[in-house]
Write a protein that binds this ligand. Structure first.
Ligand code: PLP
Length: 388
């Protein structure tokens, strides 16, 4: 009797499960049809089927359980649809797990200290810096320097505060730029620079030419800075940086440089997250990036990439700006000048966990999802594998 009752209960349970599943499939039918139509339109451009990680639908629920999964997947938390890729990438579950395990296993100290833990951290920073440069500068990496910052804003600010702006200098910004770029006006104008605003990429050359003409009678060389977003975070518009750099270089004259010299800084924060930036080809001397935009974690880590011939321009000025922390080899209380060889690197590399994130690379690579074009999958994945 009891057995019969148990069998009946089991049969009822199975019937209920089948019924619920059928209802669910029926409810999903319009979604499935819409997705099939979408896939037919998008083809291989959606889902990165050819990538080593496999089609995004096969791993999205597992790696990003807080997001609504693909149609038909078993929901885990199912809370959100996330579209703001350019704002910030989301770290995936296996990446976070690998970083946690690694953080517990490795002993990495303050790289500004001494001893085995500090040396290990320094080595990790060097390794990560070399990989960032290899990715962004390829075979030209030795011509570039990676300065760790807490993000793209901090890198832009560092340039604004250390570039040799003076009376006669110009800071040329685009009309359409991130507020972090606009913020450069303060430090530049405080030191006498004129701030100019270009309506579009074509407007850089005439504005720069006017500024150069204004310095024609100067007895010494005046430095000017133009900043361009490699890709606009608002509109997605891409700047032809090479054309801007060539127009500026034409104003710089021959090897004697004339009486003024233009330098180009690229805001690569958005562009690096949605494609590969070829810095040497761009003609820029400075570029800022932010790593949470590439792979979500760690946050608070970015870099200023500086071409070595432009490195000498950037000087910390302890009288006008902040000088201390990780950048200090030795500082005396009664001496206000920063040492001539003061490092641009602040404490960001140590504080941000860059070094501790380093060893996560091996477990991170396979399943990083990426930006808004299929090619970006490869880019973001290799960025992760390479950088952290
Ligand atoms: C184009 C661009 N530049 C700069 C930034 C500032 O980056 P961070 O948050 O690393 O300071 C952002 C951030 O959204 C951006 O999109």
């Amino acid at each position: 009797m009891a057995r019969r009752a148990a069998a009946a209960a089991l049969a009822a349970l199975i019937a209920t499960v089948i019924f619920v599943r059928r209802r669910r499939r029926a409810a999903e039918a319009p979604q499935r049809r819409a997705k099939a139509a979408f896939l037919a339109r998008a083809g291989l451009r959606y889902g990165y089927a050819a990538s080593p990680a496999g089609h995004i639908d096969s791993w999205r629920s597992r790696e990003l359980p807080g997001l609504v999964g693909p149609v038909g997947s078993e929901a885990i938390y199912e809370t959100m649809v996330y579209l703001d890729y350019a704002g910030s990438a989301l770290p995936i579950a296996s990446q976070l797990a690998a970083l946690a395990v690694d953080g517990a296993r490795r002993v990495l100290g303050n790289p500004h200290s001494t001893g085995p833990a500090a040396s290990a951290a320094s080595a990790e920073l060097d390794r990560a810096g070399a990989l960032v440069l290899a990715r962004m500068c390829g075979s030209h990496a030795p011509d570039w320097e990676c300065v760790w910052t807490s993000g793209a804003t901090a890198a832009l600010r560092l340039v604004a505060e250390t570039f040799p702006f003076e009376e006669g200098s110009s800071l040329l910004l685009p009309e359409s730029c991130h507020t972090s770029v606009l913020g450069m006006r303060g430090p530049a104008s405080t030191r006498g620079a004129r701030c100019l605003c270009a309506e579009n990429a074509a407007a850089y050359a005439p504005l720069a030419a006017d500024a150069s003409a204004g310095c024609a009678s100067s007895t010494r060389r005046i430095n000017h800075l133009a900043v361009a977003p490699a890709e606009c975070n608002l509109t997605g518009d891409v700047t032809d940086a090479t054309a801007v750099a060539a127009a500026l270089a034409a104003l710089n004259g021959g090897s004697d440089g004339g009486s003024s010299r233009w330098w180009l800084m690229l805001d690569g924060a958005k562009a690096a997250a949605s494609g590969r930036l070829d810095l040497p080809a761009s003609g820029a001397a400075f570029c800022c990036v932010s790593f949470y935009k590439l792979f979500g974690s760690p946050t608070g880590l970015g870099a200023l990439l500086v071409r070595r011939d432009a490195l000498r321009l950037l000087r910390k000025d302890a009288r006008r700006g902040y000088f201390g922390g990780g950048s200090v080899a030795a500082a005396l209380p009664r001496q206000v000048e920063a040492p001539a060889n003061a490092s641009l690197n602040g404490a960001a590399g140590a504080d941000s966990g860059c070094a501790s994130a380093g060893p996560g690379s091996s477990t991170l690579g396979p399943q990083v999802r990426s930006g808004n074009t299929p090619d970006c999958t490869e880019d973001a994945r290799s960025g992760c594998t390479h950088i952290i």
